[in-house]
Design a protein around this ligand. Structure first.
Ligand SMILES: Nc1ncnc2c1ncn2[C@@H]1O[C@H](COP(=O)(O)OP(=O)(O)O)[C@@H](O)[C@H]1O
Ligand SMILES: Cc1cn([C@H]2C[C@H](O)[C@@H](COP(=O)(O)OP(=O)(O)O)O2)c(=O)[nH]c1=O
Length: 215
């Protein structure tokens, strides 16, 4: 566990961003990082599946391995990612932003019929973010964005995938809320990603006392 707030190097805050495919996770993470860097923060952007050995394996196997096995692989990647990348960057005073984290683990494997209770048990020991951002979006809007961008995973080809995914994220949000996580829902259907990123940044800055960084 890291202590929240600041270190001798800067603030250490941990933020995760999850939401349906096409909601704008990657775009918003990029804007959020830019805003934070511009205000002088040390920022480390990461993503899951991670770039580590288990993350690479999970990416390679996503189209061919299913269900419980894949859920365990993604959870293994998450715990390894925490140990080797997330915690070390928090310890050196970074704001760590991850594009996908626990909520994705609670949602995506449901397309393969894995029980949400099993998914929660697999993920419940993972380092808790200071802020869990869940992007919400109208399923028809994200389906349109996916059509334009091109679908690239088997989950995105599942019938009615955007509607199902939005519903699974709603349920995952309830689970995380009930477990005491600090969850921020952001509707990304009708506002530009820059505006969503600014909203997240404002909320994040409320979590730490106002103080001078790196004097
Ligand atoms: N708020 C928005 N309004 C319109 N288009 C958006 C918005 N956010 C993202 N997009 C577009 O939607 C597509 C998916 O965005 P991306 O950030 O890759 O989503 P995700 O990482 O959630 O799959 C991209 O083409 C992106 O430019
Ligand atoms: C983190 C995580 C990802 N995934 C899968 C979902 C996606 O197929 C893939 C991540 O691909 P990515 O390119 O990030 O998808 P997107 O652009 O839609 O955000 O990893 C899981 O199945 N379980 C998980 O726990």
């Amino acid at each position: 566990m890291t202590s929240k707030g600041s270190s001798s190097h800067g603030r250490n805050l941990f933020v995760s961003v999850d939401g349906p495919s096409g909601a704008g996770k990657t775009t918003i993470v990029r804007h959020l990082a830019q805003i934070l860097v511009a205000q002088g923060e040390h920022v480390h952007v990461t993503a899951e599946p991670s770039s580590g050995p288990i993350g690479k394996l999970a990416s390679e196997l996503t189209e061919t391995v299913t269900g419980h096995s894949l859920a365990c692989l993604y959870a293994a990647d998450r715990y390894h990612h925490i140990e080797t990348e997330i915690i070390p960057h928090l310890k050196t005073g970074h704001i760590v932003i991850t594009d996908r984290y626990i909520a994705s683990g609670l949602v995506v494997q449901r397309f393969d019929g894995v029980d949400p209770v099993f998914l929660w048990q697999l993920n419940e020991d993972a380092e808790r973010p200071d802020l869990v951002v869940i992007l919400e979006a109208d399923p028809d809007v994200v389906a349109d964005r996916l059509r334009e961008r091109g679908r690239h995973t088997r989950f995105q080809f599942a019938p009615d995938s955007s509607h199902k995914e939005v519903e699974y994220y709603r349920q995952a949000t309830e689970t995380l809320d009930a477990a005491g996580f600090c969850v921020l829902q952001v509707d990304c259907s009708r506002q530009p990603p820059e505006q969503s990123a600014a909203f997240i940044r404002d909320r994040l800055m409320l979590l730490v006392p106002n103080e001078v960084v790196d004097s």
